[in-house]
Design a protein around this ligand. Structure first.
Ligand code: ADP
Ligand code: TZP
Ligand code: MG
Length: 303
């Protein structure tokens, strides 16, 4: 599939690939404390993913302590996968405090579009706080765009049929819908003044100015719960130690190439998705900057 997309040489791509080595080193050298307010389904996977890439995770979602944790953290990651009333209070308190003391916030709008609660909290977050990055699958990113009435969704026939926490079949990013989805991601990033990442068989990453596609990863990745949550956590750790666009692009590439390597181990040993998760953590831990740059199928989307 890789060769179906024409990946032109681009100065912007070369520049960002040149930053990957430093981006990895910055995380390993500074061990960014990654404060996660997250769901109880994948919380342990997120903590292990952060540790594997060289960061230090702390999961804390009680209102009594979140401001103190934000004080010492490098980044706040908010994942709305399994909200509760008390968690929503903690999300408000910690976001307020993070903005006040200039700590970056990364948001994973898990299941945005499928319930009033998820929509309300997502809208509140993107409208009231400065967010460094938002990562979701294409259904979730379209839902965020819809919540803020992004023009392009009104103009085009782009209705998304949100399906639980997984991407809807019709929203899966492919070569055929890359331009329109690239435009949605770019416009949303520009409108919210943040970095947007829509993940899938091709990841789309934009800061509203530059827009990249990343054709790495493996079809086994969405067959374990937590691959999206882990990616958002890793993006958080990378933003805790790097510029937002560079950190995000390096983190997406790291996750996707680790997924490819993990899938290879699974297939070679005739194993299944349980082993895949273990191999994924192994490969997040083992991947070198050199291999990352060599394997990255990163290209510019000119929208
Ligand atoms: N079909 C696929 N082929 C290759 N990589 C994929 C595929 N689906 C998802 N990924 C990768 O899995 C990770 C999680 O993305 P995704 O499954 O979209 O998140 P979510 O769990 O939020 O739906 C990303 O690194 C993405 O690139
Ligand atoms: C299954 C599930 N239900 C609520 S949160 C969650 C985990 C979603 O994880 P991911 O979006 O990373 O696949
Ligand atoms: Mg998933």
């Amino acid at each position: 599939m890789t060769d179906e997309i024409i990946m032109y040489e681009s100065e912007n791509i070369n520049n960002i690939l040149n930053e990957f080595k430093n981006a990895l080193k910055n995380v390993k050298d500074t061990t960014p404390l990654t404060h996660c307010i997250t769901n109880f389904v994948t919380v342990n996977d997120c903590a292990n993913a952060a540790l594997a890439v060289g960061a230090s995770p702390i999961m804390a979602d009680d209102s009594e302590e979140v401001a103190e944790i934000v004080d010492i953290a490098s980044v706040l990651v908010i994942n709305i996968g399994k909200l509760s009333e008390t968690q929503v209070d903690a999300i408000r308190l910690s976001s307020e405090h993070a903005n006040k003391i200039n700590k970056p916030i990364v948001v994973d709008p898990v299941g945005a579009g499928i319930s009033g609660l998820r929509n309300r909290i997502t809208k509140e977050l993107v409208e009231n706080y400065k967010i460094a990055a938002i990562r979701g699958n294409m259904s979730e990113i379209k839902a965020v765009a819809k919540l803020i009435n992004l023009d392009i969704l009104n103009n085009e026939n782009n209705d998304s049929a949100g399906k639980g926490v997984d991407v809807a079949e019709s929203d899966i990013i492919s070569k055929d819908n890359l331009d329109i989805n690239g435009l949605i991601v770019k416009d949303l990033a520009k409108e919210l003044n943040t970095v947007i990442i829509a993940s899938g068989p091709i990841d789309i990453i934009s800061d509203g100015d530059l827009t990249f596609g990343l054709k790495n990863g493996d079809e086994m990745m969405p067959l374990i719960t937590g691959s999206g949550c882990m990616l958002t956590t890793i993006i958080g750790s990378y933003i805790g130690a790097n510029d937002a666009l560079i950190g995000t692009t390096a983190a997406c590439t790291l996750m996707a190439v680790a997924g490819e390597n993990a899938a290879k181990c699974v297939r070679e040993n005739d194993l299944g998705t349980g082993s895949f998760k273990t191999f994924l953590i192994d490969n997040l831990y083992k991947l070198s900057a050199k291999e990352l740059v060599e394997r990255a199928n990163l290209f510019e989307i000119n929208v």
